[in-house]
Design a binder for this molecule. Structure first.
Ligand code: NDP
Ligand code: 2IT
Length: 446
């Protein structure tokens, strides 16, 4: 790491003691900024780097709710409003028992640069709760969402902070939260949340956007190296929102998706995953992926626990969660002949895995570039809300595709410009950083 940047990271580690995921995300960005500081030393002045790594505001709150047995439960809620130089804070809400301040901060930090890369006017933020939706009835989820919003509403707004979904938060939860926001404020303020349903202010393609966008990015990245998608064997981890729509787009482009997973284990189906069945299991029944193998007995197998990255493939798409793919998994993928990996999840590859991909010279798309299609389409939802308009599926998907190609090209060109051709990690970090840094400098000491 550049010697000017080392003390910045040391201070982040001291100030945010024990926040491992946040340290990891900050280190990855700072490690790539050396050439930028060398070319433009102004970026290292006026504590600009220190300010970018410090959230503008961090909100932590109690979320009490009552379960179906009448027992009072309590969770912790978070919203980290990280950077608003480019627009209102924007980023998802995650409901998962692992959520803590470190995870929310790493996600919020990455979101700043991701959102900057989209070229749309959105700042960076993230939030969520350690609430575990697994096994909870719809009534419990609703009461939790209402209690969560009863505190959050005072911090958000269409010009202030615009949350959306992430792990454990989909259209159902956004609906419950939007309903509560509307009751408390007595305003039909559509632009306060994105990921809404089509009948109440949502945008077409938002549900599909992260998965589709990741595949558009992947396609462009393959084409830039004169490689094709058709006929490739692909492994996609997860079976949630991002995974399902990544699989849908991969299949429509002629790739063969042979495995997907959830936190219990993975299923392999050499004929290609039956996506209608996965959607039914996950979106309708809200069941476990193991039932896929039960229903395709003889054609598919379920591996409990274990690593989905042991399944041989040409292309890997981690679409579940952070640090789900480590150095060992990276070595296995490389040994099995993987040519490309695109991250649908946020920070799914450990630093060790990233290093192995770099050394093996495989195509590697970092999440803050390749999964930006979700938030980009959220910004398109905000545009439609502001103009009280509603675009067609084709028109919205066309916008998404164009945005993903332009993010790809910006990353590729930036990496090239800074003497690291093919290094999409550096291209994404530098490209995003420069946009945010320029805006922050223009706005005075903020
Ligand atoms: P969902 O809740 O819809 O699905 C998450 C999937 O990942 C599930 O299959 C889940 O399995 C699995 N998973 C979650 N946590 C773990 C874990 N600790 N170990 C193993 N598997 C796990 O979430 P999304 O699809 O929306 O999000 C997936 C990833 O994509 C996240 O990293 C998120 O931050 C990122 N992302 C999401 C965007 C969006 O618009 N939704 C946009 C950009 C990035 P199980 O059901 O067993 O928990
Ligand atoms: O990680 C992400 O980019 C998201 N969860 C989507 C955020 C958004 O505001 O749509």
């Amino acid at each position: 790491m550049d010697e000017k940047l080392e003390p910045v990271l040391a201070e982040i580690e001291r100030r945010n003691a024990g926040e491992m995921e946040f340290h990891q995300a900050a280190r990855e960005v700072l490690e790539t900024l050396g050439p930028v500081i060398a070319r433009n030393p102004d970026y290292a002045k006026d504590s600009l780097l220190e300010r970018i790594c410090e959230p503008e505001r961090q909100i932590i709150f109690r979320v009490p709710w009552i379960d179906d047995n009448g027992k009072v439960r309590m969770n912790r809620g978070f919203r980290v409003e990280f950077n608003s130089a480019l627009g209102p804070y924007k980023g998802g809400l995650r409901f998962h028992p692992s959520v803590n301040i470190s995870i929310v901060k790493f996600l919020g930090f990455e979101q700043i640069f991701k959102n900057a890369l989209t070229g749309l006017p959105i700042g960076g933020g993230k939030g969520g709760s350690d609430f575990d939706p697994r096994g909870r009835s719809e009534g419990e989820v609703m009461r939790f969402c209402q209690s969560f919003m009863t505190e959050l509403y005072r911090h958000i707004g269409e010009y202030t902070d615009v949350p959306a979904g992430d792990i454990g938060v989909g259209q159902r939860e956004i609906g419950f939260m939007f309903g509560q926001y509307k009751r408390i404020t007595n305003r039909y303020e559509s632009g306060v949340l994105t990921g809404k349903g089509l009948r109440w202010g949502g945008s077409r393609v938002r549900t599909e956007a992260t998965g589709y966008g990741t595949v558009f990015f992947l396609k462009r990245m393959l084409e830039a190296s004169s490689k094709l998608m058709e006929g490739r064997r692909v492994v996609v981890s997860g079976s949630g929102n991002v995974a399902v729509y990544a699989i849908e787009k991969l299949q429509s482009m002629g790739a063969i998706v042979v495995a997907c997973s959830d936190s219990d284990g993975y299923v392999v189906d050499d004929d290609g995953i039956d996506l209608a069945l996965v959607k039914d299991i996950k979106e309708v029944r809200r069941d476990r992926i193991s039932s896929y193998a039960d229903e395709r007995a003889g054609k598919s197998r379920f591996v409990k626990g274990g690593s989905i990255w042991d399944v041989p493939c040409d292309i890997a798409l981690p679409c579940a969660t952070q640090n789900e793919l480590d150095g060992k998994a990276a070595s296995t993928l490389i040994k099995n002949g993987m040519i490309a990996l695109a991250e649908g999840a946020n920070m799914p590859c450990t630093p060790d895995a990233q290093r192995k991909f770099r050394e093996a010279d495989v195509l590697y798309a970092p999440g803050k570039a390749s999964n930006a299609g979700g938030v980009a389409t959220s910004a398109l939802e905000m545009q439609q809300n502001a103009s009280r308009d509603s675009w067609t599926f084709a028109q919205t998907e066309q916008r998404l595709e164009t945005i993903m190609y332009s993010i790809h090209d910006r990353c590729a060109e930036t990496a090239e410009d800074y003497g690291m051709p093919g290094n999409y990690v550096a291209g994404a970090n530098i490209g995003g950083f420069i946009r945010v840094a320029e805006a922050m400098r223009a706005l005075g000491v903020i």
